[in-house]
Design a protein around this ligand. Structure first.
Ligand SMILES: [Zn+2]
Length: 136
């Protein structure tokens, strides 16, 4: 029996340019894009380098090391799926390689702080592999 649509996990778009990112997470790694011209690195996936607009880039594997840039604590669920997780953080995390992404820091009982060292963990939510982080 599947959940009613309003109760289902809000699925990300795993097609198009982002398909590689989601497939990599499913295979157990976090990949990011790196420009072949200026060596800028970024997430989320896009067709051109956000710095020099070159369309030549490659996927690279992130080390999993990151730092906490910022976060907010959600006390209200903006989608029914997340009601059972309240309160939870939505965090801006910077990979050691440079790209930033919106994620969650899984750290029950831990006080979050700016520049906190983090380590990638890949968790499954409704059969979607998600990049989350824990204190390193
Ligand atoms: Zn570039």
């Amino acid at each position: 029996m599947s959940a009613a649509p309003e109760q289902a996990f809000p699925l990300p778009d795993t097609t198009g340019i982002g398909a590689h990112y989601w497939n990599a997470l499913r295979e157990g790694r976090l990949d990011y894009q790196c420009c072949s011209r200026c060596h800028s690195a970024w997430l989320p996936a896009r067709t051109e380098c956000p710095k020099c607009l070159a369309a030549e880039w490659t996927w690279k594997i992130a080390s999993g090391k990151a730092t906490l840039i910022s976060w907010v604590i959600y006390h209200h669920a903006y989608h029914p799926w997340f009601a059972k997780k309240l309160p939870y953080n939505v965090s801006v995390v910077q990979l050691a390689e440079g790209p930033r992404l919106i994620s969650n820091v899984v750290a029950a009982g831990t006080t979050l702080r700016i520049d906190m060292p983090l380590q990638l963990i890949i968790e499954r939510e409704a059969d979607v592999a998600l990049a989350r982080f824990k204190p390193a």
